[in-house]
Design a protein around this ligand. Structure first.
Ligand SMILES: NC(=O)c1ccc[n+]([C@@H]2O[C@H](COP(=O)([O-])OP(=O)(O)OC[C@H]3O[C@@H](n4cnc5c(N)ncnc54)[C@H](OP(=O)(O)O)[C@@H]3O)[C@@H](O)[C@H]2O)c1
Length: 324
């Protein structure tokens, strides 16, 4: 089978198409004949700096849609030929991918395999940020970094559907700002945002800030919170040193900081992830949320997809077409 792997860390050019053995599912796993695979920012971090890469060579890819090829020992409720969408720990950039049965989901009614490939990472993550961790209440305001990206596109719509009083986004360019405004955001700031947030909220700050960037952006997001505000950290796009927060920052205004990682949750509490995923997928199936596929590449063109996302010009979701 074909797989796209990297044998060293570096730019998009280190992604190589290779011939690989078809993987066989172990106990509790299924193998999937991949139709589409989603491109995530985490794939770029894996390729560039070894994020969650246990050893080289490494086949990236955290999510696929397709048909079940084979089921491993002990798997129940899933069968060969069934159309599914799956969170994979890695290995999605290939003709056949393995996934733990706990993170394999039937394609929701009414959705095709192309749309299904956009669901596994972004939808549960966005749902957790708004609801499970962010605990957004009707009327509250929310500030979202990377508002035009995969997670950002869905968070804006989910926050609006949850009755947010105001949904603010931050992006790196004007075209992204226009896109985010079309996807649930009331106001979108380009670049620096702390003063703009204070101005937009009459000096009060926001109730919830969602940060996938880290470093200075994390600090600025913290400084943008209202009294009793919450910040949820869910990434480190800036590759800054890990943040830490203590009493001096938290006590004065009663603010709190939380975190979320879908891959860690999948490994530690798969039942919680399933609940999140089912609730989140229902929001796509009922039309509350849409995640536009703005660029699609053949599997062999994975490096092009990485270049597009890496130049910070992509919006919405990027997909690789594997065996559509
Ligand atoms: N914790 C979790 O469970 C989880 C799950 C999924 C995704 N994530 C994180 O959520 C973020 C979005 O992921 P995605 O796959 O949907 O990607 P994406 O948003 O479609 O694309 C990457 C995003 O990162 C931002 N970005 C790129 N380079 C950056 C840099 N050097 N500094 C600051 N921002 C940068 C871009 O926003 P601008 O160009 O507009 O700044 C862009 O929105 C990523 O940080 C990812 O790691 C976390």
């Amino acid at each position: 089978m074909r797989a796209v792997e990297f044998q060293e860390y570096g730019g998009p050019e280190v992604l190589k198409v290779v011939e690989a053995e078809v993987p066989e599912p172990g106990p509790g796993q299924v193998s999937v004949d991949v139709a589409y695979t989603g491109v995530n920012f985490a794939d770029l971090k894996a390729r560039g700096e070894g994020y969650r890469v246990p050893r080289l060579p490494f086949v990236p890819g955290l999510e696929v849609s397709g048909r079940i090829r084979a089921t491993g020992e002990g798997v129940t409720g899933l069968s060969a030929g069934q159309e599914v969408t799956a969170l994979t720990d890695s290995g999605g950039y290939a003709d056949v991918a393995l996934a733990d049965a706990a993170t394999v989901f039937p394609v929701p009614a009414g959705l095709d395999l192309r749309t299904a490939a956009t669901l596994p990472t972004v939808l549960p993550t966005a749902y957790a940020l708004v609801h499970a961790v962010g605990r957004l209440q009707p009327g509250e305001s929310v500030l979202v970094q990377g508002a035009a990206g995969g997670v950002g596109t869905v968070v804006g719509q989910l926050a609006r559907a949850a009755g947010a009083g105001a949904v603010y986004g931050v992006v790196s360019g004007g075209a992204k700002a226009a896109y985010a405004r079309e996807h649930g955001y009331d106001e979108v700031f380009v670049g620096a945002f702390t003063e703009a947030v204070r101005a937009a909220t009459g000096g009060r700050g926001v109730d919830l800030a969602l940060d996938p960037v880290g470093g200075e952006t994390f600090r600025d997001s913290l400084a943008s919170l209202a009294v009793f505000g919450r910040l949820v950290s869910f990434g480190n796009a800036s590759s800054a040193p890990a943040w830490s927060v203590g009493q001096p920052e938290l006590y004065p205004s009663g603010i709190s900081v939380g975190g979320f990682s879908i891959l860690t949750l999948a490994a530690t509490a798969p039942d919680e992830l399933r609940t999140l995923a089912e609730r989140a997928f229902a929001k796509v199936a009922d039309g509350t949320v849409s995640l536009p596929v703005t660029a699609e590449f053949a599997l062999e063109e994975a490096a092009e997809a990485h270049r597009l996302m890496g130049t910070r010009t992509s919006t919405g979701k990027l997909l690789l077409r594997v065996n559509a």
